[in-house]
Every structure is written in C-alpha cells, then in structure tokens.
Design a protein around this ligand. Structure first.
Ligand SMILES: Nc1ncnc2c1ncn2[C@@H]1O[C@H](COP(=O)(O)OP(=O)(O)OP(=O)(O)O)[C@@H](O)[C@H]1O
Ligand SMILES: [Mg+2]
Length: 403
C-alpha cells in the first residue's frame, strides 16, 4: 500500500510540512525563549528566522490592554490542555496586528517545551468591523420610522399653533386698523368709534386672544426645541466616522440613545435613569451608542415577550475604580440557563426572522472588548435581566498617541 506519507518523500519532511502551515508556529522554552519556528512566523513578524531564533517571545508580542510586553504565564497549560489568548504582534516594520495565540505544553525527550500557534486576526477584525457597520445602518433604518413619528408629533402642534397665531394676527390687525382710524378721526367722532372698538374687542374675544398668544408661542418654541433635540441626538448617535475618538459624558450618550430609540420601547416599558456624575470617557462614541441601542432594544423585546403588562427599563451609571459602570436592566423574560453561554455568539438568536438576527450582543461584546472593558449578564428567568458594562477611562491603544 503506497501512501503519500511515505517516509523519505522529500516534500513531506516535518520541516516542509511545518513551513507549509499558514499559521505561525513557535517552539518556546517554558521561560519564553524561542527555540524554533516555521516560515510563516518569518513573514508574521517581519524578521528572518535566524534573527528570531533565540529571542524572547516577549519582544514580539504585547498585551492589547496596556501595550506591555507579553510573557508566557508561569503556570503552563497542563499536558493535553490548550490555552488561548488574544494579543498584538509587533511587526519588524513597526506596525501592530491582532493575533490569536494558542499554547500547548510539549514534553520531548524529558524536556518541557511550549508550542505556540499564532494566527493573524487582521482579516477577522476587518470582517467584524464591516458587520458592525452593516448592523449600524440596519439599526438606523429601523430607527428612522420611529424617529419620523417622534418628530411628527411636535411638528404637528407647532403647525397648529402657527395657524392659531395667524388667525390672532388677522383679528389684531382689524382691531389695530380701527384704533388707527380712531386716532386720526376728528374729536367729535372719537366717542362713537370707541364704542365700535369695544364691540369689536368683545367679538374677537380679545382677552382670550391676548392670553393665548404667549402660550401658542411658548408651545411652538417648545416643539421646535424638541425637534432640534431629536435631530441633534440622531446626528450624535449616527456619527458615521466610528474611527473617531472622543472624550464624552456617557450619561449624555445614554440620554441620546433613549431619545432616538424612544419609539422602540415606549409602548412596552417605562424608563428610569439613575445617573451618577461620571468622569469623561475616551471612546469611539458612535460604537458605544450602538451597544446601548442593542441592549435597549433587547430589553424592550424581552418585556414585550413576557406579556402585555408594562415593564421597566432601568439605566444606572456609576464611577468605579479606574472607570465607569453602566447597568441596563429590564423586567422582561430573563434568559434561560440553557442558552446563557451562547447569547454573545454571532448570529445566535431566539427571535423570528425579521425581529432579530443575533448580531446585537456579538457586536456589543466586540465593541466593549475593543474599548478594554467587560460586558457581563445577570439574569433570572421570569424576573428580568441586567447587562453590566465596565469601561476604563482611556482606550487601550491610543491611536492618537505618539504621532
Ligand atoms: N435583555 C434580554 N432578555 C432576555 N433575553 C435576551 C436579552 N438580551 C438578549 N437576549 C437573548 O439573547 C439572544 C441574542 O441577542 P442579540 O441581541 O445578540 O440578538 P437578537 O436580539 O436576537 O437579534 P439582533 O440584536 O441582531 O436584532 C436573543 O435572541 C435573546 O434570546
Ligand atoms: Mg438584539
């Protein structure tokens, strides 16, 4: 029986196989010294193999959280176990790239070694970003109808008030003309004209008109203010340039999201906010807004799914050590334990087609991770769910740094 694995077949020597593998493979001592590596590692790090051999792995990898050199954990994975971490690789040209690193302990001839398999995540991250952008557009599309409705109500009463003001103006014009004529009339005609003016004032219900005009103006201005506020929130919310870093008040970002998403929850829930004064947070604001929106829509869905009774969504913010904490709670269905470990998976959904595609929490997870934060869930079936987000005050790798 002839097989392609026949020993001696020149292209299938272990070295050739190792070099054909697209992932970078690095053999390390337990202290992190590079003992051997394959060709892929060469292009991966942008240094020739000869230069890399004997180096410390900590010179090639950094932790994305703080940009510090990464070293092998003192506790190596147990034999047979695999340890995975996401790090950043340092390329010879000075660039950084996201890496998934998997470690396995290797016992060879009584010696302990570590085998590290590194995969470049650049492409995966790009896809994640595209997906996120697509979901944002979808969310904005979904919000558009609700926002049109939110704007329509004040626009309608601004219109009603303007029409009333137009009528009042016509009345006042008639009255003013009478007064003018009275002023210009010879003295003996003033008496009868005064009587006519008094009758006109009664006919026009002048007392009411004079009372209603300031109210109509006030309401009109209030309506215009509301429209302007919604438009501003919408603009803030949907700022397309998600690469932009800003330092913002997260309470205000949450208020904005509540405003643009009002139509998504107002029929099923009352919203309570419990905001503490927060330090400004450096972030990609439009991405965090998208996270808040996703959580808010999920909360509204969970409340609607529970039954016809009106529920409550609570937004709570607190400063915590080195950062801020945001809790978004609902009194909805809760999440069954059987699916709890899958809710952050891309495309995991329990919703019917058209209502959910399972991207909301996957994107929330990505965005919060990118911000160096954490997102966790506390839930009780039949009682409700709380999503807890913790964010540091500064972004992990300041892209606006040394340059
Ligand atoms: N607040 C919540 N209460 C109860 N279940 C929830 C809550 N949030 C999420 N879930 C569950 O987690 C699943 C995944 O949520 P996710 O937001 O990722 O997707 P989706 O809401 O189904 O769809 P999409 O967000 O893409 O419209 C939901 O289908 C739902 O089963
Ligand atoms: Mg969702």
């Amino acid at each position: 029986m002839s097989t392609t694995m026949e020993p001696g077949s020149p292209d299938l020597r272990p070295r050739a196989i190792l070099d054909a593998i697209p992932d970078a493979i690095v053999i390390l001592t337990p202290e992190g010294n590079i003992q051997g590596l394959n060709r892929a590692a060469e292009s991966f790090f942008g240094h020739p193999i000869e230069e890399l051999a004997g180096q410390e792995i900590s010179r090639l990898l950094v932790s994305p959280a703080d940009g510090r050199p990464w070293s092998l954990p003192a506790d190596l994975p147990a034999p047979g176990e695999c340890l995975g971490v996401e790090l950043e690789g340092l390329h010879g040209d000075g660039s950084r790239f996201p890496v998934e690193l998997r470690l396995k302990r290797l016992e060879v001839a009584g010696q302990t070694l570590v085998i590290a398999v590194l995969r470049d995540l650049t492409e995966r991250r790009q896809l994640e970003t595209q997906l996120q952008q697509a979901q944002k557009l979808e969310a904005i599309g979904q919000l558009a109808a609700g926002i049109a409705h939110e704007i329509n109500t004040p626009i309608q009463y601004v219109g009603d008030n303007l029409r009333a003001l137009k009528e009042y103006f016509d009345d006042l014009k008639r009255l003013t003309e009478e007064l003018q004529a009275c002023l210009e009339a010879p003295a003996e005609e003033v008496g009868p004209r005064r009587e006519a003016i008094r009758e006109l004032a009664a006919e026009l219900d002048l007392d009411f008109v004079m009372e209603d005009i300031p109210a109509a103006i006030e309401q009109g201005l209030e309506g215009i203010g509301r429209v302007a506020e919604i438009v501003r929130a919408m603009k803030d919310f949907s700022h397309m340039d998600s690469a932009r870093i800003s330092t913002i008040d997260l309470n205000r970002a949450l208020e904005n999201t509540l405003l643009v998403a009002r139509n998504e929850y107002k029929y099923v829930a009352d919203v309570e906010t419990d905001f503490a004064e927060l330090p400004a947070v450096e972030c990609h604001a439009s991405e965090l807004n998208q996270v808040f929106l996703n959580l808010l829509v999920n909360a509204a869905h969970a409340i609607a799914d529970k039954g016809p009774e009106r529920g409550r969504i609570t937004l709570r913010t607190r400063p915590v050590a080195d950062g801020v904490e945001i809790r978004i709670s609902d009194t909805g269905t809760g999440i069954p334990a059987s699916i709890l470990d899958r809710i952050f998976d891309p495309f995991f959904t329990t919703k019917e087609v058209g209502r959910g595609t399972g991207q909301g929490l996957a994107i929330a997870y990505q965005v919060i991770r990118k911000h160096g934060g954490r997102i966790e869930v506390e839930t009780e079936e039949g009682k409700g769910t709380t999503f807890v987000i913790r964010l540091p005050l500064k972004l992990p790798q300041p892209e606006n740094g040394d340059g």
